[in-house]
Design a protein around this ligand. Structure first.
Ligand code: NAP
Length: 241
């Protein structure tokens, strides 16, 4: 069947609308770390909007509870849960994975690793404690969560893991050597993990966002060097709320 130019436009608009509405995630259980933050909170809200029951994780119970209440109001489902966890604590992370799977009746379908920090500064002035904290949170924390959730997903031979990396891990940025290293690490780790888990039915992907206006970037978005990067974003979409 041939489509006229107008028919093609209408069809494309319908496809875009369907993609924006997103596939239903009804009946699926999702765990989101960093849910008390900007990106994790927005991801959790979108998963809930699509029907998933979401386990919201972070360290700030107040923020997580506020998000849970907002999701319950918005989605009409009170099936979301709060689970405090510091991703630098491997034992706590194992308990988090078990609690999330228990919330899903034994199933854990989606895991989004959005917990992360920045401790920016020139390498020559970097404090060792900040470097260690960045590596422990951004890289080792992501690895710990993946290791803890993988057994549940492998057992069900299905699941999707999304690790939040960064464009800084791909391109680098002066004053962000440590952050760049942790995020490049997340990319390499995720590529290898995808190869390990793929044959077992589990997908692992990393996403590399550009600048998004959250607590994490508030201090640096105003800096002249950063402003140039933000100005270079073609669609000028930096807000996640
Ligand atoms: N914003 C951007 O422009 C941008 C760009 C590229 C990539 N990213 C990445 O996207 C992710 C989310 O960033 P965001 O902008 O949403 O930042 P954000 O608003 O500051 O949120 C960071 C989140 O990470 C959590 N977190 C930090 N340390 C933690 C720890 N030790 N254990 C558990 N949770 C911890 C925080 O929880 P609590 O506050 O409860 O401790 C918070 O929920 C990060 O990995 C970041 O590197 C951000």
């Amino acid at each position: 069947m041939a489509f006229g130019a107008r028919g093609i436009q209408v069809r494309r608009r319908l496809l875009h609308r369907a993609a924006a509405a997103g596939a239903s995630l009804a009946g699926q259980t999702a765990l989101v770390t960093g849910a008390s933050g900007g990106i994790g909170g927005a991801v959790a809200a979108e998963l809930a909007r699509r029907g998933a029951r979401v386990v919201l994780s972070g360290r700030s119970r107040g923020k997580l509870e506020a998000l849970r209440a907002a999701l319950a109001r918005g989605s009409g489902s009170d099936d979301h849960a709060v689970a405090e966890c510091d991703v630098r604590d491997a034992a706590a992370v194992r308990a988090l994975a078990a609690a999330a799977a228990a919330h899903g009746g034994g199933a854990l379908d989606i895991v989004v690793n959005a917990a992360g920090i920045v401790r920016d500064g020139l390498l020559l002035q970097a404090k060792e404690a900040d470097t260690a904290d960045s590596v422990q949170t951004n890289l080792l924390g992501t690895m710990a969560v993946c290791k803890a959730v993988a057994p549940f997903m492998v057992r069900q031979r299905a699941g999707a893991i999304v690790n939040v990396a960064s464009v800084i891990g791909l391109h680098g940025n002066a004053g962000q050597t440590v952050y760049a290293a942790t995020k490049a690490g997340v990319v390499g780790f995720t590529k290898a993990l995808a190869r390990e888990l793929g044959p077992r039915g589990v997908r692992a992907n990393a996403v590399a966002p550009g600048f998004i206006d959250t607590e994490l970037t508030r201090g640096i978005l105003a800096q002249p060097a950063t402003k140039a990067l933000v100005d270079a974003i073609p669609l000028q979409r930096a807000r996640c709320w």
